[in-house]
Design a protein around this ligand. Structure first.
Ligand code: NAP
Length: 320
């Protein structure tokens, strides 16, 4: 029997891929570690039964129309705003993502970014590197405390809850906003449900972990930043599209909020000339939320297992 064709849109380690070569005919974009050119992706998708893609690929109506044999798209991410899920569904294509396996790793990074921003860690390391450390002084690079403060989590899902557990360990009070209440988190973490505005007004740290949808697009806009305390620190590890970046820039430069830690941006990658990169009160990271070696391997294996399940005629393990 012919093996199903799977197209993998980035070079992935051979030891991860090897076991799957027995069941798939694997084709892969392996020329460079950068996104596959769109024309090649369309050409390959047209021949594929399954696609393993990253958030750098847009799986839209055009691609789905070209991919006549496609049965499954396995996105190596928990967020799937790069995929037109409705169009996939109406074409009979199953879409899968990688929830759970990246939760704790992404929460670690979220907390690292929160702490780095509050305690000016990157700025302080640069201070030495730039030869500026001449003497110790009482308020040299003094930042904000974390312990005893209030964290407001927008999007108290898997990662949001994992961040809340870390916050509890730091002696923080926890507020959150979702469309629905999380009774268990309220009991276990003493988390308090607030409407969005009340959460912004009452938090010292505001962390965004909502998925990017039509509803959440630019939810952090001028009004949202106006509702935050002037001492507030904003941390975004969800998707850049949840933030109006101009409004964030204005809030950071006119003293409306104190600082921001950003792992994600509206248009990625960003260059060193991006206005937010130039601000001293901003820590920018290149979308590394889930980037530990172990977790990235788990995400790849889960994507491959999802492809195998669907192409074997079984249910996907983690369909969206
Ligand atoms: P999740 O478990 O689905 O959590 C998302 C939470 O957001 C849910 O609790 C949901 O609660 C809430 N939500 C959805 N729409 C909302 C809305 N309109 N207003 C308020 N709350 C809303 O997902 P997760 O696994 O925690 O991942 C969250 C997101 O993190 C992903 O979608 C992805 O974009 C991002 N992420 C980024 C990285 C990175 O590398 N930076 C890594 C992993 C994930 P309700 O349904 O009750 O509203």
């Amino acid at each position: 029997m012919m093996k199903p064709v799977v197209y993998v849109t980035r070079k992935i380690p051979d030891d991860v891929l090897q076991p799957y070569r027995e069941v798939f005919n694997i084709r892969m974009w392996e020329k460079e570690d950068k996104p596959v050119p769109r024309d090649i992706l369309l050409r390959e998708a047209a021949k594929a039964d399954g696609l393993l893609c990253l958030l750098t690929e847009s799986v839209d109506k055009e691609l789905l129309a070209a991919a006549k044999n496609l049965k499954v798209v396995a996105n190596m991410a928990v967020g799937y705003d790069n995929i037109d899920v409705e169009a996939a569904r109406s074409n009979g294509v199953v879409v899968t993502n990688t929830p759970d396996v990246l939760t704790e790793t992404t929460a670690d990074l979220t907390f690292a970014l929160l702490m780095a921003t509050a305690r000016r860690v990157v700025e302080a390391a640069d201070y030495i590197r730039e030869g500026k450390w001449d003497y110790w002084s009482p308020y040299l690079l003094a930042g904000s405390d974390i312990h005893g403060k209030t964290i407001g989590i927008a999007g108290m899902g898997r990662i949001g809850e994992a961040v809340a557990r870390r916050a509890k360990g730091f002696g923080m009070s926890i507020q959150y906003n979702n469309r629905s209440r999380k009774e268990k988190a309220e009991q276990e973490l003493s988390a308090v449900y607030k409407n969005f505005t009340a959460m912004l007004q009452g938090s010292d740290f505001i962390v965004s972990l909502v998925p990017l949808t039509q509803k959440t697009a630019q939810m952090f806009d001028e009004e949202a930043f106006r509702n935050m305390k002037s001492s507030a620190i904003f941390v975004n590890v969800s998707r850049g599209g949840t933030v109006d970046e101009q409004a964030l820039y204005d809030a950071l430069t006119n003293g409306q909020i104190r600082a921001a830690g950003l792992d994600v941006f509206d248009q990625e990658p960003i260059s060193p000339e991006h206005p937010l990169v130039g601000l001293q009160n901003v820590v920018c990271l290149p979308h590394i939320g889930s980037a530990s070696e172990a977790t990235r391997t788990k995400m790849l294996k889960l994507s491959l297992d999802n492809l195998k399940a669907v192409l074997d005629g079984e249910k996907a393990i983690t369909p969206v």
